[in-house]
Design a binder for this molecule. Sequence first.
Ligand SMILES: [Zn+2]
Length: 509
Amino acid sequence: MEPVDGTSLMRRTAAILVILLGGAALWGLGGSGADVTAANGALYTAIAAAQKPSGANDPRLAGAHRFEDGGWIYVHLEGDPATVGFQHGYLLAPDIEDGFAAVSAGMMHETQRDWAFFRKAAHEMLWPKIDEEYQQELQGIVDGLRARTNSKLDVDDIVAMNAFEELPDYYVPWYNKQQKVAHAPDLKSPGNCSAIVATGSWTKNGQIVMAHNNWTNYANGERWRIVFDIAPRSGHRILMDGFPGVIASDDDFGINSDGLMVTETTITQFEGWDPDGKAEFVRARKALQYAGSIDEYTKIMLEGNNGGYANDWLLGDSKTSEIAQIELGLKAYKLWRTKDGAFAGSNWARDPKVIKADTPQFEPNNLETSPNARRVRWEQLLKENKGKIDVDLAEKMLGDHVDSYHQKAETNERTLCGHVDSSPRGVDVWGWAPYFPGGAVQAKATDSAMTKEMKLVARAGHPCGEDFLAKPFLAAHPEYAWQALFLHDMKAGPWTEFHSGETASSQKP
Ligand SMILES: [Zn+2]
């Protein structure tokens, strides 16, 4: 425990205040130092005593804080695993409850399984292989959540939610096949995201540029707007986007204080699961926290690979200007790396061995499909802009509306900025029906220089800046009425810069 000197007492008082008042204007402290006057401190302590929710003065909250900017919720978490979890659960409690309701409803609807099924999978299959450090963090989330609210969620619920990208679309189809389940739904692995990483002669000043937009259903995507700044007791500091209650970025976009830059796009039509493996969300979090090189990242992702949420990982090492792509299948994988080149991702596998072994139904030459149409568009954009790519240009690419198959500008499932809700085709290879309310839900970008300063830029909502409005959509598409409870408006925010150690008052004007 840290000694309770004047500064730490101030910080604790500030933490209580921040939680109580939730107002950005009052944010003077965070982890950086004391600039709230003693008089204010006394006043606010009195308010705190009168209004504090249960748990607000818990010493585990010291040093943690939350603020909102540009449509994002930024949380700073620090300490040992249980403390980081407690802060996460406490500061994001209402968001976790809300996110859990949306995610669990989607998982049950899609798989036609009840929640007890997912709890059992979390408890019996996933939990025993989760590193102790992350078991403590996950339990900490439950403890923090319960200290703030009357939540009934327990650690099995939180583990199942953390696996929301891998249990429904990887484990369940494998299980249904194993058990020869009659009338099982035709579940398809997801295809999330458009991304690039470029370096050397491809970028404006030779440094690495990395950019990513997250594709998911809008119900989940509208909630995927957390910026996590984590200073763990062990490993590297992390700045990543994420989902409330989930310990990995999960979409994924993150940087660490050893200069590693990480993103991915998901492999379409992936098949396979290893019940004895380690959950993907655990490996992905561990790799971002502990890897300082492309080789270390690859090693951690391969250790206990369960095949869940199988991705093409795009990496950059800002220390060496080297970039890499790891196509991480279950039976096969392939690593490409270069100090002068660009890798793009839009949910297509490229290694013949991975395609044959892990995604045998994928058709690389069908240019009508969303993954391949976006691959063609990435190739055009990269070729046209070789030597000019920087973060500003990458932001524009993420909002691109050219359908390479129709060779015209429109918003649909084939554009890098996806709007599947306006597509009469949907995305069959992911099981998204016509007008499915999904697509690009937010975007992030960074470069080597920003990574060295632990900075990224992020935009909430469609990366092109268009809003999605739930009410007119549901009126036009009553087939999605089952989502009405969870499908909110997804308003686009501005591109907003975030950095490690940021507090509301330390933001740029
Ligand atoms: Zn768009």
